[in-house]
Design a protein around this ligand. Sequence first.
Ligand SMILES: Cc1cc2nc3c(=O)[nH]c(=O)nc-3n(C[C@H](O)[C@H](O)[C@H](O)COP(=O)(O)OP(=O)(O)OC[C@H]3O[C@@H](n4cnc5c(N)ncnc54)[C@H](O)[C@@H]3O)c2cc1C
Length: 365
Amino acid sequence: MAHGVHMFTQTLTPRLRDRVLRSSLVDLLTGPHGVDRYTELVAPTWTTGDARAKIVAVRRQTPRSVTLTLEPNRACPGLLAGFRAGQHINLTVEIDGRRRTRPYSPASAEGAPYIELTVGRHDGGLVSTYLYEHARPGMIVGLDSVGGEFVLPTQRPRRVLFVSGGSGITPVLSMLRTMRAEGSDRQIAFIHYARSAEEACYRAELEAMPGVKVLHGYTRATAGTDLDGRFGPEHLAAAMPNPDAVFVCGPPALVDAVREHCTNVSSESFVPPVFDVAAEASGGSVTFADSGVEVTDNGRPLLEQAEAAGLTPESGCRMGICHSCTRRKTSGVVKNLITGAVSSAEQEDVQICVSVPVGDVDIAL
Ligand SMILES: Cc1cc2nc3c(=O)[nH]c(=O)nc-3n(C[C@H](O)[C@H](O)[C@H](O)COP(=O)(O)OP(=O)(O)OC[C@H]3O[C@@H](n4cnc5c(N)ncnc54)[C@H](O)[C@@H]3O)c2cc1C
């Protein structure tokens, strides 16, 4: 029967095939055999050995987010074994025939059998809008590259303050859920900022957590808010004065405010940094060899220079994390804006979202 599905889908246009593959009929036909076997048959490019997951539940907790429960396939345990609360994982979906990769931070605890992702919908955002509109049980997604330094220390701090804004709740919730699953006796406070009560993800779960002081700050509504305005000394005093450690994830302004008023802060932001580098333009020539395009270096990252020239290379996080923009540099010197490393090796792979030319550069793009 599944072979029949394969033969059938091969005769369809990519868009129609995608619709059929996402249909309940295909779920039913492929049901008892697990994810791996049939994704090999119906989507041969998702080769055996790749870590993949099946979406088994879709929840819309708020009007602008979608929460996905993922069941990992048999290639995932290796990938997930090292997952630590707060880290991120690359998720790949195929949209109109192109694979698109973005990093997402699981909200699930370390060691949980399922992965939970909450994706906030971005206006004009490709993958978040796609998942928000199309994610459904049975859909297969790709997973790879667990990583990140935003993690709890092995020796859990005695008094912990978690702070999050919007979809930045995911890694700190993972930390909180992990500590609770451990039966932690630590003192924990949690401040979450959202536009309004209805936009606050996980509100009911947080408010029902015994032993955790939870405060919500609504930035565009007064109803139900525990905190007025933006993070500052008053919010800190209300939640937990002088915490031993603070973990914050949210927009850069929230991270900056927490850093200003607290010590021992670990932070993450999902927003790419603004690189102020135009003044360092080398004026060299940048050749995107595969496309036959040559431009004069304007000091911006190679990804931006390619896009400004009308090219559409694959990209993801735009901050050197997900590696989906990696391209081969065939000659020349580049500087990595995150690490400051300057590399001149010929034939090396570079992340074009965070690499700027230092003189003439040839990129296979
Ligand atoms: C470590 C990490 C963890 C993350 N975890 C989560 C999470 O748990 N939940 C979550 O919701 N998100 C998370 N993100 C963000 C996520 O990876 C995506 O960035 C987000 O979902 C938007 O992706 P998108 O494809 O919808 O938007 P994209 O299409 O990538 O666009 C993103 C934004 O950039 C703009 N943009 C697009 N192309 C360009 C361009 N050429 N030039 C300038 N601007 C452009 C768009 O208008 C949009 O506002 C995380 C990010 C990182 C780095």
